[in-house]
Design a protein around this ligand. Structure first.
Ligand code: OGA
Ligand code: MN
Length: 294
């Protein structure tokens, strides 16, 4: 074991030192990192200080990159970052703080609701890797919830009742919850709703997790009023403090989370006074470091 792993919470999240993702390509070291993710679900790697190229290359070792639509821009507005990077910032294409009325600000607002990345897309999203380039002095934490522990602790009767249900997820639902309504037909058509199981078995660990997100808007086949009530009840239960950890960023940190067994959300900060520049890569499918690493 070459990694130094310090758990930050009894259930999830650990700080990991001893790997430099900008250059380390040793498959056994990367396998140790993925094994740490199997246990802790979220890992923070301090002082990685990755460039865009390094972040993209390192992420590609853990699966196929999903490409960022970076939506929310008005027509004609350029993306600030290249397509491999999801822009999780309060900055415009000139790297200045977004205007109060800019719809990209509205779009980012829903990151403050508990969610899992891309559950509104029919793809086997696995890890998200978020790099903190500029972080505000106060607030702007990222919080994580352990959906494995939440599942484990449910009463047996509830497990039986919900185990085979599906929920419908739509990105437009989580945006609407934050007051968004001026969506264009081309944007809406590009991301139709999808059904996801409410309970999922992790392909590596075989542990079961609840699958919840602010994108989930109904239970398939149930009347809306009952489906919404169940989703709210399960979500309130799964985000109890005993299942969650709040991570305070330092510049240069890379945090990797497993979307298959966690939820996360951003917390408030003074986004009109301070820049927060975070860049996310998101991967899907099986890891590739065994075959790719030099
Ligand atoms: C994300 C996200 C929350 C944050 O990067 O997917 O939801 O703290 N981030 O910025
Ligand atoms: Mn997210």
């Amino acid at each position: 074991m070459r990694l130094a792993i310090t758990p930050l919470h009894p259930l999830l999240m650990a700080e990991v030192r001893g790997v430099c993702l900008g250059s380390d390509r040793d498959p056994s070291l990367l396998a140790e990192l993925e094994a740490a993710l199997d246990i802790h679900a979220v890992v923070a790697l301090p002082a990685q200080n990755l460039t865009d190229d390094e972040q993209i290359a390192a992420s590609g070792l853990f699966g196929d990159l999903s490409f960022a639509l970076n939506p929310g821009r008005a027509r004609g507005q350029n993306a600030r970052l290249r397509a491999e990077l999801y822009d999780i910032s309060n900055l415009d294409e000139n790297h200045t703080i977004l205007d109060e009325r800019d719809r990209r600000r509205q779009w980012r607002e829903s990151d403050k609701l508990w969610h899992t990345d891309r559950s509104f897309i029919n793809a086997p999203t696995s890890y998200s890797m978020l790099s903190g380039r500029i972080v505000p002095p106060n607030g702007g934490n990222t919080e994580f919830a352990d959906m494995r522990a939440a599942w484990d602790d449910l009463p047996a009767a509830t497990k039986i009742r919900i185990e085979n249900l599906q929920a419908e997820h739509s990105v437009w639902h989580s945006r609407a919850l934050c007051g968004g309504r001026d969506f264009r037909p081309d944007e809406v058509a590009a991301m139709p709703p999808v059904a996801q199981p409410l309970v999922r078995v992790h392909p590596r660990t075989r542990r079961k997790s609840l699958v919840l997100a602010s994108h989930a808007r109904r239970i398939v086949g149930w009347p809306d009023v009952e489906g919404v009530a169940l989703l709210r009840e399960l979500t309130d239960y799964a985000i109890q403090p005993k299942y969650t950890y709040s991570y305070k960023w330092s510049p240069g940190d890379l945090v990797i989370w497993d979307n298959r067994c966690t939820m996360h959300r951003g917390t408030n900060y003074d986004d009109k006074a301070y820049s927060r520049d975070m860049r996310r890569t998101t991967v899907q499918g099986p890891s590739k470091y065994m075959s790719q690493a030099a």
